[in-house]
Each structure stands twice: as structure tokens, then as C-alpha cells.
Design a protein around this ligand. Structure first.
Ligand SMILES: O=P(O)(O)OC[C@@H](O)[C@@H](O)c1c[nH]c2ccccc12
Length: 272
């Protein structure tokens, strides 16, 4: 099978001795064209993989920052078709891997088979479906595997190790290690047990392990880069959208600067 863009991104980073940097952005906040510009800028400034959020009205795992962002996008009328056409516009100009983050209900309503087909055709590389537990994932996993989309699972610090092992064997592309039990959102300090947790998960996982939830600064990236294969940041980026609204130019430029700085922090050569 052809090597996936996600696998390539991780091997590229591994060869260079750095962690992958994975920024998250909500599709359609403040509008779909700005999301397009933001994604291109993120890729240009060193994003290794982009996590693109598909807004949903009932986002269980999301903290206030991402909830508000989803709400803004929904108010403007964003829908799945618009997001997939955004992905295909991006795919015609960049090879940066794109992972779609979305809740299960809208995907189920769209139709599992149809969604897999359309997402793949648009040029998406994988999915993160936070409310789809391993036990209920069989059907989606089958469609995703068949078409060549990587379905990425999440594990948390309170997931028992035998379950982590099981989940990591089903996870494609990478495994998402949630740094804290709870919701997304920038936090001042990372939990003390985080490095230990990551080490344990990395030991059993056959796929790269990326860590997310509560990461917002380069010094935190430097603390984590040798223990994680990838580092995921969402709320800190959405805050840049909020702060610079309504200037689209400022939003795009500031996110570009932030991604550049965070990516730099994933490399060992960066002076701390
Ligand atoms: O926002 P944070 O704390 O930086 O965490 C990343 C997170 O936002 C992103 O990966 C994400 C957005 N929505 C999610 C829902 C579930 C799991 C993960 C996510």
C-alpha cells in the first residue's frame, strides 16, 4: 500500500529528531475562506499535520474556547459539504496531511460509506471522532480502512493500560494521548504525571503517539518533545482568531507566527 501522508510526516520528523507539530483550527471560523488562508499559512510555517474541526452543536469534549468557535461557524451556516470542498481546495495546493475532527452523529447522518468516500476524494487523510469508542467503531473503521483514511483514537491518563494497548493497535496514523482527563482548553501548567503517562503509552503503542489538550506555549512543547511523536494545539490558536477578529489579515499572520514559533520548539536544536 502507498505510504500515507500522515506516516510520511512522522517519518520525516523522526529522521530529523523532532516532534510533529499539529495545529487545530475550526472550519468556518470566522469564515471558510479565512480557514483556507489559515491552513495554507500553517502549512507554510511548518505545521506537519493539520487537524481541521468540523463544528457540531453538542461538542462533548470541547472546552469553552472551541465550543464558542464551533458556534460561530455554525451560526454562519457551515456544513459538511462546505468543509469537504475546503479540503479539496487545500489539497490542490498543499500536500500537508489533513485530519478531520468531528463528532459521530453528523458523520452517521451523512452516511458512513459516503462520508469515507467523499472525505478521501477531497484529500483528507484521517479522522478523529472523540465520541466514538473502540467498541462502537467497527463499522466506521471498516469503511475508513477500506478507502485508506486513518481513523485516530484517543486515550486519556485514566485509560487502563491493557485498554491503551488494545486501542493503540486499532489506531491508524497515530494515537491521540489526551494530557488531562477533561475538556480541551489552554491551561497554565501541564500535569506533573504527563511525561510518565506518555512514556508508558509510547512503550505499548505500535503507532506514533501525539499529545494534546492544554498546550499553548513553546516552553511546554520543549518539555514534551522528546516524549511525544507529535504535539497538538487547538485552543491557543482559536484564541488568536478571537483576539484579532475582524481583521482576517491579522488572524492569518498571527497564527502563522505562532505556528512558526511552536514548530521551532519541536526541534532539539532550539536553544531553551
Ligand atoms: O484545545 P487544546 O487544549 O489545545 O487541545 C487540542 C484540541 O483542541 C483539538 O485536538 C480538539 C478539538 N476538539 C476536540 C475534541 C476532542 C479531542 C480533541 C479535540
Amino acid at each position: 500500500m502507498k505510504e500515507s501522508r500522515i506516516n510520511k510526516a512522522f517519518s520525516h520528523c523522526q529522521e530529523r529528531g523532532e516532534a510533529a507539530f499539529i495545529p487545530f483550527i475550526t472550519a468556518g471560523d470566522p469564515d471558510i475562506n479565512t480557514t483556507y488562508e489559515i491552513c495554507l499559512k500553517m502549512a507554510e510555517m511548518g505545521a506537519d499535520i493539520i487537524e481541521l474541526g468540523m463544528p457540531f452543536s453538542d461538542p462533548l469534549a470541547d472546552g469553552p474556547t472551541i465550543q464558542a468557535s464551533s458556534q460561530r461557524a455554525l451560526t454562519r451556516g457551515i456544513n459538511t459539504e462546505m468543509i469537504l470542498s475546503l479540503v479539496s481546495r487545500l489539497r490542490s495546493v498543499t500536500q500537508c496531511p489533513i485530519v478531520l475532527m468531528g463528532y459521530y452523529n453528523p458523520i452517521l447522518q451523512y452516511g458512513l460509506k459516503q462520508f469515507a468516500k467523499d472525505a478521501k476524494e477531497a484529500g483528507a487523510d484521517g479522522t478523529i471522532i472523540p465520541d466514538l469508542p473502540l467498541e462502537e467503531s467497527g463499522q466506521w473503521q471498516k469503511e475508513a480502512d477500506k478507502i485508506g483514511l486513518s481513523n485516530i483514537f484517543l486515550v486519556a491518563p485514566n485509560t487502563p493500560m491493557d485498554r491503551v494497548e488494545k486501542i493503540s493497535r486499532k489506531s491508524r496514523g497515530f494515537l491521540y494521548y489526551v494530557s488531562v482527563t477533561g475538556i480541551t482548553g489552554a491551561r497554565q501548567e501541564l500535569p506533573k504525571e504527563l511525561v510518565d503517562g506518555l512514556k508508558k503509552v509510547k512503550k505499548v503503542s505500535p503507532v506514533p503517539v501525539s499529545v494534546g489538550f492544554g498546550i499553548s506555549r513553546p516552553d511546554q512543547v520543549r518539555q514534551l518533545r522528546e516524549y511525544a511523536d507529535g504535539i497538538i494545539v487547538g485552543s491557543a490558536i482559536i484564541k488568536i482568531v478571537e483576539k484579532n477578529n475582524p481583521s482576517k489579515k491579522l488572524i492569518v499572520d498571527e497564527i502563522g507566527n505562532f505556528v512558526k514559533e511552536m514548530k521551532k520548539a519541536t526541534t532539539n536544536s532550539y536553544a531553551s
